[in-house]
Design a protein around this ligand. Structure first.
Ligand SMILES: Nc1nc2c(c(=O)[nH]1)N[C@H]1C(S)=C(S)[C@@H](COP(=O)(O)O)O[C@H]1N2
Ligand SMILES: [Mo]
Length: 422
């Protein structure tokens, strides 16, 4: 995983420093990130074209799935038996026995009315949507991967059950080895399913990622994908959707002290490069940013000499002399269409994909709910010990980690690195 990141990052950073001209190339040569790279000059373009990029291949996502055994590692025969193959999958959409919703047509295995995979894909022919999203865990400081997720809006299937009244909450879970203790449940207000907040894609029953069938490891045959939410809302190996009249969230993740209504936050991180550099020589600094629901307007860095004291009464360093870094442009500015990466068939963003124009160009950049890369060429520092920090400013002009500085609302801390200049 770290190697993949390094390759992707090196490729993008290299292009950035090339754009800066000779100074940038010199800086790049002295940068630890590029030290192992010999085929630098002539074959640069071809190396760039061949490398992994903005989107993550399905099998390169970081996996934090639970289950013993892990559902995606069950033998094929067992997967067939429990509905974890496209041929045998079935989704029940039923009323909550404890807090019933009145609905006319529940979808159940017993009645033979459960939604099967072919019917879902058939619905997709007229209803499917695609959108880009970073999968990110509320508790982790590094996104798990970015993809183009495709599926049928959950509301399309919800309406098939003909709900009449007493419907406030929808909760859902997946295959969990038929062991109640292993159930991992998530929930949404019915409103979020029926109506999309301005500019957000719908909640989907997802069966494709980057143009390919969703793999068992990513939650296939079908997982929920909730665009603006952390990963725990996007339940894998989905088997049950329960329509309920409870008025509150009942997510498994709430039991672990998490704020289960918190949308994905904006934050950034340095790319792990060397921790020492030469005195008075340009220092290239690079990294990635996760772009939360509040958007991204700036990435900033602050280089602090360790002999200086920290600003007083300013725990979030709001008064520090932050400097703006450059947010790198969309991948198609960097070269041919396969620059998007992720194993997209034909290397292109299909039309239609929400957030992209018919030619597959992003309508806005940086794009909310995805990732961006950034870079800055620091002119150089005298010898000494330093702490370098990076932070983001969202589109509401809120600097990280505000406005919700609580770790359990989603990771958004200011990252810091120690650096020695000698
Ligand atoms: N059925 C099920 N779905 C699940 C989980 C789980 O343990 N079981 N983990 C969730 C959490 S906490 C995260 S962060 C994401 C991770 O998605 P990924 O493995 O595709 O990266 O899956 C979510 N969906
Ligand atoms: Mo998670």
């Amino acid at each position: 995983m770290q190697d993949e990141l390094i390759i992707e990052h090196r490729r993008r950073s290299r292009r950035f420093f090339m754009q800066l001209g000779t100074a940038g190339v010199l800086a790049m040569r002295s940068h630890p990130l590029f030290a192992t790279d010999d085929a630098e000059s002539a074959s640069l373009e071809s190396v760039i074209a061949g490398m992994e990029t903005w989107l993550t291949q399905q099998d390169k996502f970081r996996d934090v799935s639970r289950g013993n055994p892990l559902p995606h590692q069950l033998p094929e025969e067992k997967k067939k038996a429990v509905g974890l193959t496209r041929e045998t999958w079935g989704l029940e959409v039923v009323s909550d026995e404890d807090n019933p919703t009145r609905l006319r047509k529940p979808l159940t295995v017993a009645d033979g009315t459960a939604l099967d995979f072919n019917t879902l894909v058939e619905l997709g022919k007229t209803h499917a949507v695609r959108f880009a999203k970073v999968m990110s865990c509320l508790n982790l400081g590094c996104p798990l991967g970015t993809g183009i997720w495709e599926g049928v809006p959950l509301r399309t299937v919800l309406w098939m059950t003909q709900p009449v009244k007493d419907l406030r909450r929808v909760f859902y879970y997946g295959y969990h080895n038929d062991d109640a203790k292993q159930m991992f449940r998530s929930s949404l207000s019915v409103n979020r399913i029926l109506e999309d907040p301005a500019g957000l894609p719908p909640v989907i029953l997802c069966y494709k990622l980057n143009g390919q069938w969703l793999t068992p490891e990513r939650g296939g045959p079908v997982r929920m994908v909730v665009p603006e939410a952390y990963g725990f809302k996007s339940i894998k190996w989905l088997s049950h959707v329960v329509l309920s009249n409870i008025a509150h969230a009942n997510d498994t993740y709430a039991e672990q002290n998490n704020d289960v209504d918190s949308p994905i936050k904006t934050f950034c991180s340095f790319f792990p490069a060397g921790t020492s550099c030469r005195a008075n020589a340009p220092i290239p600094l690079t990294g990635w940013a996760q772009i939360g629901l509040a958007g991204l307007s700036k990435v900033q860095i602050w280089v602090q000499n360790r002999s200086e004291t920290l600003p007083e009464g300013d725990p979030y360093f709001k008064t520090a002399p932050w400097q703006d870094a450059e947010i790198l442009g969309p991948p198609q500015d960097l070269g041919p269409p396969q620059e998007w990466g992720g194993g997209l068939p034909g290397g292109k963003i299909d039309n239609p994909t929400l957030g992209f124009d018919p030619d597959g160009r992003p309508i806005e950049w940086p794009m909310r709910l995805t990732k961006a890369h950034w870079a800055i060429l620091h002119p150089g520092l005298p010898a000494g010990e330093y702490t370098i920090r990076c932070r983001t400013i969202d589109q509401n002009q809120m600097a990280q980690p505000m406005p919700r500085p609580f770790r359990k609302s989603g990771h958004a801390s200011i990252q810091s690195l120690r650096m020695t200049v000698e």
